[in-house]
Design a protein around this ligand. Structure first.
Ligand code: ADP
Ligand code: ADP
Length: 224
């Protein structure tokens, strides 16, 4: 589903963000990407989103080499990826419903189908009752759940996240990771960048470690 073949990424002359990365994720896999700050986690995700391009090597998603994708194809490609940030990044003057509906509006989904999918997405994250709420009235955990609903409302086969629990306490973090697991159980391929190793190791998923841009190991956590 996802493959990095000998991928390096430099910023400018000297800054090596990724160094000859080889990585494969099977369809339906659940993996964490971990490593120190500056290890290259965000860069790896940006290459998948095609926000950045490799300096050398090739990234494949669903069998397609991303370097061969034309600029005008990129927005369509990105619809196949759900993305969750550290902060929820909700539009403050729009309701929860409208925030979740945004990717469907962009994709020109008709209004009945849009209603149905937004409700389904909010139901999956347990926030159907908040559809009319405004973002400012939500707790941090609720806001993050809304951003997850927005990420999956297009039913993407791949869900990516960059430190999605970075601003949450351990209980809320565990709830958020449970949501990612639930989507994985219905077949979504999940890749989550996080430096919160204590939390990750207890979950029993694959853990890919980056060190100064290079993969330094891949192991499995121990499910408790
Ligand atoms: P992580 O997400 O693991 O903290 P990043 O991928 O953000 O790591 O960064 C990897 C390295 O590349 C760091 O040294 C960072 O400072 C550098 N870097 C990231 N983005 C840029 C950029 N746009 N320009 C220059 N250097 C960058
Ligand atoms: P994030 O959580 O989005 O990675 P950061 O503070 O790490 O937030 O980075 C903010 C932005 O700055 C990112 O787009 C990242 O690629 C870029 N960046 C990171 N390190 C550098 C750097 N050394 N020089 C220039 N840009 C950088």
């Amino acid at each position: 589903m996802i493959e990095f073949r000998n991928v390096s990424k430099h910023y400018g002359q000297k800054q090596v963000a990724l160094d000859r990365v080889d990585l494969r994720l099977q369809r339906g896999e659940f993996a964490f990407l971990t490593g120190h700050s500056g290890a290259g986690k965000s860069t790896l995700l940006k290459l998948l989103l095609r926000l950045e391009q490799p300096s050398s090597g090739e990234v494949y998603v669903g069998g397609q080499a991303l370097s061969t994708m034309l600029a005008r194809q990129v927005p369509y490609y990105r619809r196949h990826l759900g993305f969750v940030f550290q902060n929820a990044h909700l539009i403050p003057e729009r309701s929860v419903f409208d925030n979740v509906a945004m990717p469907l509006i962009i994709a020109n989904v008709d209004s009945r189908e849009l209603q149905r999918r937004v409700h389904a997405a909010l139901d999956k994250v347990g926030l159907l009752r908040k559809e009319r709420a405004m973002p400012e009235s939500l707790s941090g955990g609720e806001a993050q759940r809304v951003s997850i609903a927005r990420a999956i409302v297009n039913r993407p086969p791949i869900l990516l996240a960059d430190e999605p629990t970075g601003n949450l306490d351990p209980t809320l973090s565990a709830e958020i990771l449970n949501l990612f697991e639930a989507f994985n159980q219905v077949g979504v391929t999940v890749l989550i960048a996080s430096h919160d190793l204590d939390l990750l190791e207890a979950l029993g998923h694959r853990i890919i470690r980056l060190e100064h841009g290079a993969i330094s190991g891949t192991a499995h956590g121990v499910a408790s």
